[in-house]
Design a protein around this ligand. Sequence first.
Ligand SMILES: Nc1ncnc2c1ncn2[C@@H]1O[C@H](COP(=O)(O)OP(=O)(O)OP(=O)(O)O)[C@@H](O)[C@H]1O
Length: 246
Amino acid sequence: MRATSTPAPQFDLRDLTLRLSGRTLLDGITLTANERRIGIIGRNGSGKTTLARVLAGLIPPTSGTATLNGADMMHDRKAALRNIGILFQNPDHQIIFPTVREELAFGLLQLGRSKSQVATQVTDILSKFNKSHWEDAATHTLSQGQKQLVCLMAVLAMAPKTVLLDEPYSGLDIATRLQLQRYVARIDTTVVLITHDPDALADFDRVIWVDGGKIRADGPPATVLPPFVAQMHDWGALDDLADLPD
Ligand SMILES: Nc1ncnc2c1ncn2[C@@H]1O[C@H](COP(=O)(O)OP(=O)(O)OP(=O)(O)O)[C@@H](O)[C@H]1O
């Protein structure tokens, strides 16, 4: 009988720990995940962005392992480009090219595509978002929401298996947020969304609550979000903003 091999889980984190400057930022995180919509919530400074950076292979963990679809993002940069695309909170930290065309082309060139393939794919992604008229636009003239959409298109053009969005809606007005959320809802691959907005995760398959670099709760939104919101209100009644880090 032919042996059937089970595909590696999309995310496989084992005892992931990160210590920097004498502080433990991630503390023994272990989980596997295959869901299509995963939310990550937690207080400011709880370790969400740090976890995202380790997942994407941008920071090496101090100990433990993190693999995505069986590949170690830290040691296999080609696999990292295919597996994960990240949209950070501030598009100004992500956009480096003077025109939208060059910005969208960059990642595709990194994937080794030819110049003519890249030109076609840039045209395609702009047309998919009804933004063909943006191709020659100067990136510095775009609004925050427009820049965020350029970053999202740049990520999606590379067709990664997972799209990781780190607070993509902060700094956007309600209308722009709703428009961008609509684009995100249409993404037909796995989405990991880091957010402070519990409502944005109500329809998700799974929510992971990170607290002090550890997983405090992990499950469906209906289980994880109510205690999270209650805890946030309890903390809101304190004045721990006055505390300084150790
Ligand atoms: N390079 C670094 N060296 C030392 N400490 C760091 C470093 N980067 C982040 N930290 C600390 O790690 C902790 C977690 O930061 P992180 O940015 O991951 O939190 P977060 O949950 O994404 O927060 P926010 O919701 O505010 O974006 C914070 O206390 C931060 O000060």
